[in-house]
Design a protein around this ligand. Structure first.
Ligand code: AVJ
Length: 320
């Protein structure tokens, strides 16, 4: 089995099952991957450039500083990235691995095919010797179909604290999948957002330009488009706050009125009371010693951990 350059999309009809499950639940929730249609991916890129959203630039700084060390620890390997988006932080790694002057393989995986294609083209222009094969699909789909190695060694890359979007049981399942996808000796590079003052955390999800609010509301637009829905975006407002019991930011969309919304393609409707919320995202903030234990528990052994000077963000290189 070989991946097809430039991009392969796993054709699997989206039944919307998880959407119905989420909206029928108590509390009401939506799977956060529905943020990332092409417009949502663009809005996320804009969030990364707001002054309040510190994670992207902090992680980038750590990678810039320590990429040579990462390369030294792993040697040449194939880079497989889950949730690659614009690959903006990964470019630092591509540069560093490029120094080895050996063939370099990069497999970006993203649910948003638009950003995957444009990023892959861009990278091929910028790094002519790079071999890029993209895969449009979910993490579950991708981990079940990882490319067979051309090289001895592979490294799975999971940056941006996307791990924080999973709840405990989802995280457990995900780390088990990573464990099984990797052969002993292969690597897992993980970026995670760390616990810090509530003010800084809440500001990062309530930026003054309200890009995060637009990003949050766009999930409804995506559902409208994909499932013939009639969500009225002006009848919802963005909420984001820290939940100190669970150590996580929660994003919600709060209904401004009593309303009934239909998703025709799913033959489903949902009633919302004024003030009721749909929880759209969890973003856990990690405590490194606890996370290390959790990784060890999945046979992913942290070899080295790097943080910024303020310990706002952590990058962990783990070996299976
Ligand atoms: C990059 C998906 C982890 O949870 O911080 C940014 C997404 N949501 N602002 C995060 C996000 C609101 C982000 N992840």
């Amino acid at each position: 089995f070989r991946w097809i350059p430039l991009s392969k999309s796993i054709p699997q009809a989206d039944t919307g099952e998880e959407v119905i499950q989420g909206l029928a639940g108590n509390p009401k929730t939506l799977p956060c991957r529905y943020f990332y249609d092409d417009r949502g991916s663009q809005l996320f890129e804009q969030i990364c450039d707001t002054p309040e959203y510190y994670p992207t630039r902090t992680e980038q700084g750590i990678l810039e500083r320590y990429a040579p060390e990462i390369v030294k620890l792993t040697g040449n390997c194939e880079l497989i990235e889950l949730g690659s988006g614009s690959s903006r932080k990964t470019r630092v790694l591509l540069e560093a691995y490029g120094q080895l002057e050996q063939p370099l393989y990069y497999f970006p995986i993203d649910v948003s095919e638009g950003i995957l294609r444009s990023t892959a083209l861009d990278l091929l222009n910028q790094y002519p010797t790079l071999r890029v094969c993209g895969l449009a699909g979910t993490y579950e789909q991708a981990l079940a179909e990882l490319p067979s190695s051309e090289l001895e060694n592979r490294m799975l890359i999971f940056l941006g604290s996307t791990l924080g979007n999973l709840d405990q049981s989802e995280r457990d399942r995900f780390l088990t999948q990573i464990q099984h996808a990797l052969k002993p000796g292969e690597f897992f590079l993980l970026g995670v957002d760390l616990q810090k003052s509530v003010d800084l955390l809440e500001a990062a999800y309530n930026d003054a330009q309200e890009v995060t609010a637009a990003f949050n509301l766009n999930i409804l637009q995506h559902l409208n488009q994909q499932f013939q829905g009639n969500f009225d975006l002006t009848q919802f407002q963005h909420l984001a706050f820290y939940n100190p019991v669970e150590d996580r930011i929660e994003m919600h969309l709060q209904s401004l009125i009593n309303q009934i919304v239909k998703l025709d393609a799913l033959n489903y409707q949902v009633a919302l009371q004024v003030g009721e919320t749909i929880r759209t995202e969890l973003s856990h903030k990690f405590h490194l010693p606890i996370l290390e234990l959790e990784l060890e528990h999945h046979a992913l052994h942290p070899l080295q951990i790097w943080t910024d000077a303020r310990s706002h963000f952590g990058v962990l290189l783990c070996q299976r």
